[in-house]
Design a protein around this ligand. Structure first.
Ligand code: DLL
Length: 432
């Protein structure tokens, strides 16, 4: 079996919970003593660090949301003096100020070990040549994975993003065996290498893909096209970055590293969900020094999987992410989730992997959804009657699920924009 920190990864639940409680108390005290924001929030709630006596007491603690990071821009939530912060990352977000996160030297160590755990868990060794094809900047995916690769001893190939053909050349010339990038970029790489007729020249065996949701169908395609096993990787800048939760070789749920995070899944009323019940993932960091966060609402929807994992790791598993709590579009008063649209599209074999939803408000004031959908190669007969039939089929199936009609525009494979980072599946043109 492949373990990086076997003692922690296979720790008895009761020992793990003792460790969590000790670390929770330390974190709460650190936040209370050193971060004015948390001091005030706890004072408002009438709680002090000594009120935390069990893990369940997390529920008496204040909650944190992305807006709190923005309001304390840039360094207001740091719990250490400036000279102890050795790195910052930032996420641009779609509106307003970016959110900034900071790390002490020990935070970087903790994070590197966490990523090393993930990579070893999926079977990587020092023998691997590991290409990291994501942006190396403020985005945590670049340096975060890079440090993990170096930590576990594989050879890091920091290709970053851009010039896809060159990336493929490097992959072949260097004998790259493991790849990390976003799933949308992986699909584009796979398409390009297939078009170049070079798929058989690759030596890839492992793919780690994350930073955005991706479907099981995309997994199957990537595994077939690149001849790899593909693993889901979850993380967020506020909790170090990538590496927070990762699939093991079972490919059935993501182990979340509970020695570093206390996990809650909450329903819309803020009540805890039982295993199997979907809700929002809320995390409390247990080891972060520079910027501890208490009950941080990730906005990501998942559920806890109760069963033990055959891989021997004892940390709880999260189901692959089902979308974002705040991703819901309200169109003509009806709630529409992009993941619902995706579910419908993925079941139609004539449809390819790319779609883009455009919501617009027309002059007469009604919202309209139009969806550009790429066809798969095999569906494109060029016959107009076939196209019209397919268009109607997609429209009807979407209508039955979403309850409102959408306009489908079938487009040729390759015509929607490909991306090197996170893809943008929703374009909302309404001025709301
Ligand atoms: O995306 C960190 C990361 C980098 C994860 C590389 C994995 C690989 P942020 O830019 O702060 O950090 O975005 C975090 O991305 O709250 C989710 O909504 C989404 N996300 C990340 N991983 C997954 C995943 C990085 N595997 C936000 N499945 C998170 C679904 C994901 N959504």
């Amino acid at each position: 079996m492949n373990f990086w920190q076997p003692k922690i990864e296979t720790m008895k639940r009761s020992d793990l919970e003792d460790l969590q409680l000790r670390r929770l108390k330390e974190t709460v005290k650190r936040a209370y003593d050193r971060v004015p924001f948390y001091h005030q929030r706890m004072k408002d709630l009438g709680v002090t660090p000594s009120d935390v006596a069990s893990l369940a007491d997390v529920r008496i603690l204040p909650e944190t949301r992305k807006g709190d990071l923005r309001e304390n821009y840039p360094f207001g939530l740091f719990a250490v003096p400036r000279e102890e912060v050795v790195r910052v990352h930032a996420s641009s977000g779609t509106t307003g100020k970016p959110t900034v996160v900071g790390y002490t030297a020990r935070d970087i160590e903790t994070w590197s070990d966490m990523v090393a755990r993930d990579l070893v868990m999926v079977g990587c060794t020092k023998e691997d040549v590991f290409q990291n094809a994501v942006n190396y900047g403020f985005f945590t995916g670049g340096l975060g994975i890079h440090y993990g690769i170096e930590r576990m001893g594989a050879m890091a190939v920091p290709s970053g993003t851009g010039s896809t053909r060159r990336q493929i050349e490097i992959m072949i010339d260097f004998g790259v065996t493991a790849l990390h990038c976003t799933p949308s970029y992986a699909l584009y790489l796979a398409e390009t290498v297939t078009d170049m007729g070079l798929a058989d020249d690759l030596s890839l065996r492992v793919g780690c893909f994350g930073a955005e949701p991706w479907s099981d169908r995309a997994r199957t395609e990537l595994e077939e096209m690149l001849n790899i096993k593909a693993y889901d990787s979850y993380g967020l800048s506020e909790m170090f970055g990538p590496g927070v939760a990762f699939e093991c070789q079972e490919q059935n749920g993501l182990h979340i590293w509970e020695d570093h995070f206390l996990v809650e899944i909450l329903d819309p009323d803020g009540l805890p969900c039982a295993p199997g019940e979907r809700g929002e993932l809320v995390l409390t960091s247990l080891t972060k020094e520079a910027m501890p966060l208490i009950r941080y609402h990730t906005g990501d929807v998942t559920f806890m999987m109760a069963e033990e994992c055959p891989c021997g790791r004892t940390s709880v598993k999260l189901h692959r992410f089902l979308g974002r709590a705040d991703d819901m579009l309200v169109v003509r008063g009806i709630n529409v989730f992009p993941s619902q649209i995706e579910d419908v599209l993925l079941k139609i074999p004539e449809i390819g992997d790319y779609f883009q939803v455009v919501v617009d408000r027309k002059r007469h004031g009604l919202d309209e959804i139009s969806i550009k959908v790429e066809m798969s190669d095999r569906a494109f007969t060029g016959e107009l009657a076939d196209l019209a039939r397919l268009q109607k089929k997609v429209e009807d199936e979407l209508k039955s699920v979403m309850k409102i009609r959408s306009k489908i525009e079938l487009v040729e494979k390759g015509s929607l924009p490909r991306t090197e980072g996170k893809s943008k599946k929703i374009v909302d043109l309404r001025d709301l």
